[in-house]
Design a protein around this ligand. Structure first.
Ligand SMILES: O=C(O)[C@H](O)[C@@H](O)[C@H](O)[C@H](O)COP(=O)(O)O
Length: 268
């Protein structure tokens, strides 16, 4: 049984699962429900993916009933971060998502917005931002009421044991980027070094942000990102994920949740 729907003051909703299988089912249900609500309201669903274990955990979406019930033709797909490598490279987040999900469901190829892999990280980031600007103008992606940022219907993020999200790493200058929507780094501590990434203002402007984190190796970072801790961890990238008007949901397994303070479970 999942400990579901616990609301932790200011840190969103916690959904803690007994197993990865249970987490995957809950994640597929959650994405399918958001897709349905967004298609009903706006006629489209704009979703941004990350790399890592997230895609495997989304795998149930390509199986029954979701493969038939989700309105795949209405999906517009983006990446919250991408490694600047060729699209057929094993490090490519695009390739990971294509092989693991996108090639198995009837997505419209022109709705899949991946980066230009033939240019530098800097150029890829600025081209990607331009592409998103065009889609905001065309209203495929909404715009935030409180900033000029795009408002994705859903941004899905993993988290590293160091608390990084997308390609926003601890103590990196890009954490302070306020004007760009998409930026780049060439010194990622997690290989490969060159990456593009959504900035925090874009992540925090989304209607929904899901943090999908599994494994005991991440339990300390989960504790620092969610609990009230001293010294102040407000500069931990995962803790800086704080949607302004949108909703934050944490999908955790027991291992990732193992160092959370117990007292938050009574808060709501
Ligand atoms: O391209 C990337 O490297 C990712 O987008 C990155 O932010 C990832 O989501 C985390 O590192 C968690 O990865 P795991 O879930 O595989 O640990």
């Amino acid at each position: 049984m999942a400990l579901s729907g616990v609301v932790c003051k200011d840190r969103g909703e916690l959904r803690i699962h007994e197993s990865l299988d249970e987490l995957s089912t809950d994640l597929a249900d959650y994405i399918a429900e958001l897709s349905e609500a967004s298609v009903k309201e706006r006629g489209v669903f704009s979703i941004a993916l990350s790399g890592g274990s997230l895609i495997g955990l989304m795998g149930k979406l390509s199986e029954a009933p979701y493969n038939r019930t989700v309105d795949w033709a209405k999906w517009y797909i983006f990446w919250a971060d991408e490694r600047v490598v060729a699209k057929n490279h094993t490090d490519s987040n695009y390739k990971l998502a294509k092989d693991g999900l996108l090639s198995k469901v009837p997505i419209i190829p022109s709705h899949v917005h991946s980066i230009n892999d033939a240019v530098s990280a800097e150029e890829a980031a600025s081209e990607y931002e331009f592409v998103i600007r065009q889609l905001v103008k065309a209203r495929m992606v909404s715009v935030s009421e409180v900033s000029d940022c795009p408002k994705f219907d859903l941004i899905l993020l993993g988290m590293g044991p160091d608390g990084h999200v997308a390609s926003l790493f601890p103590n990196h200058a890009v954490l302070n980027e306020k004007s760009e929507w998409v930026t780049f780094i060439t010194d990622s501590p997690k290989p490969p070094p060159e990456r593009i990434t959504f900035t925090l203002p874009v992540i925090n402007s989304a209607s929904n942000v899901a943090m999908v984190v599994a494994g005991e190796a991440k339990s300390e970072a989960v504790h620092l990102a969610i609990d009230n801790v001293e010294p102040d961890c407000s500069k931990l990238p995962a803790r800086m994920v704080q949607p302004t008007t949108g909703k934050l949901v944490w999908f955790l397994d027991k291992g990732a949740a193992s160092k959370l303070d117990g007292d938050q479970f009574s808060k709501s």
